[in-house]
Design a protein around this ligand. Structure first.
Ligand SMILES: Nc1ncnc2c1ncn2[C@@H]1O[C@H](COP(=O)(O)OP(=O)(O)OP(=O)(O)O)[C@@H](O)[C@H]1O
Length: 319
């Protein structure tokens, strides 16, 4: 690489994320703040651009949605530069769930936070040989995600995919799975669950309670696991509120909190979405890389979101 191509601050810009109308604003602000802008030209570019930039850059920003951030983090990790490179998020996607969870309210605010905000070191999830920052969701078909409307995403977040899958696929094939969670330092013991699941949802920075931007503790070395049992299908098709289905009292929800887990399919391979990017496999090994990613966070970010708002971990005694 020639010296002209190296830079301390690089912004990877996805021009087609969200509704695409962010490009001019992001380019102007990025220029004002001393970023060298690298635009993606096709799917897959963001990882390569971040990998190329990371050895020289102190700061690599991802301008796009959760998928773009995921690609940038994977690129920085591929350059083995997570310890020396800060990764910033500039929310320009449809859902921008991760940005909301770390207190970044919009494009302009993202640059204010980059200049003045706190830096925190947060956990990253690993799924086989790939990384995710926000969530890993199994059982959502790619077809259904692409058909999910912007309005629906804005209203329900990832639950929109669940609802949409049930509505568009109609009769949904449940997944015969075995899920083994490792013991957690806080005393939760290692456990195995086996059965027919509709969906399996693993949160690193987000939790699946029904609220669009519910934030998990992303510095505790733990993943939050939610399994939606197949017995819930009837309720979903019947139109029961998803918020209720994923709520504290549901008998068809299994919740665990663990530093690592393995999900094994007893049938065909399963399609997983890592922050919106797809991965198909029969066996998925998930772990946390504790506080490995340094990011600028806004004032709204809470290291321990459980204060006063406990995630419903209680489960029936027979589980
Ligand atoms: N120049 C490009 N042309 C076409 N596709 C692209 C380009 N750059 C990136 N992509 C694709 O865009 C997807 C990432 O979109 P991203 O998730 O960032 O936005 P979004 O779907 O609008 O937002 P969110 O995930 O927050 O709902 C990736 O799958 C990537 O392959």
């Amino acid at each position: 690489m020639t010296p002209a191509e190296t830079s301390d601050r690089v912004l990877v810009l996805n021009p087609v994320s969200g509704n695409g109308n962010h490009v001019d604003d992001v380019a102007t602000l990025a220029g004002d703040h001393g970023f060298d802008i690298r635009r993606t030209e096709e799917a897959g570019d963001a990882t390569r651009l971040a990998r190329e930039a990371a050895p020289d850059a102190d700061l690599v920003a991802a301008a796009g949605g959760d998928g773009t951030l995921n690609a940038v983090v994977n690129g920085v990790a591929a350059a083995d530069a997570l310890e020396t490179t800060t990764v910033a998020v500039v929310p320009a996607g449809t859902g921008n769930n991760f940005a909301a969870n770390v207190g970044i309210e919009g494009i302009e605010h993202a640059f204010t936070v980059i200049e003045a905000g706190r830096r925190r070191s947060i956990d990253i999830g690993t799924a086989n040989d790939r990384l995710f920052v926000n969530s890993c969701v199994g059982g959502i078909t790619a077809e259904a995600s692409s058909e999910t409307t912007t309005e629906s995403k804005a209203e329900l977040g990832v639950l929109a995919y669940v609802k949409n899958t049930v509505e568009t696929v109609g009769e949904f094939d449940s997944l015969p799975l075995r899920v083994e969670t490792a013991s957690a330092p806080d005393g939760e013991r290692a456990r195995a669950w086996e059965g027919e699941a509709l969906f399996v949802l693993i949160g690193n920075c987000r939790r699946f309670t029904g609220a669009r931007t519910a934030q998990a503790n992303v510095e505790d070395g733990l993943l939050e696991v939610t399994i939606v049992e197949d017995a819930a299908t009837a309720n979903l098709v019947g139109g029961a509120a998803l918020e209720g289905l994923l709520g504290r009292d549901s008998a068809h929800i299994i919740r665990r909190r663990a530093p690592s887990l393995t999900i094994e399919s007893r049938g065909d391979s399963v399609e997983y979405s890592l922050d919106g990017e797809m991965l198909e496999t029969e066996t998925l090994r998930l772990e946390t890389a504790v506080q490995r990613l340094t990011i600028p966070v806004g004032d709204g970010y809470r290291p321990d979101p459980d204060d006063g708002d406990r995630w419903p971990l209680e489960v029936p005694a027979n589980r």
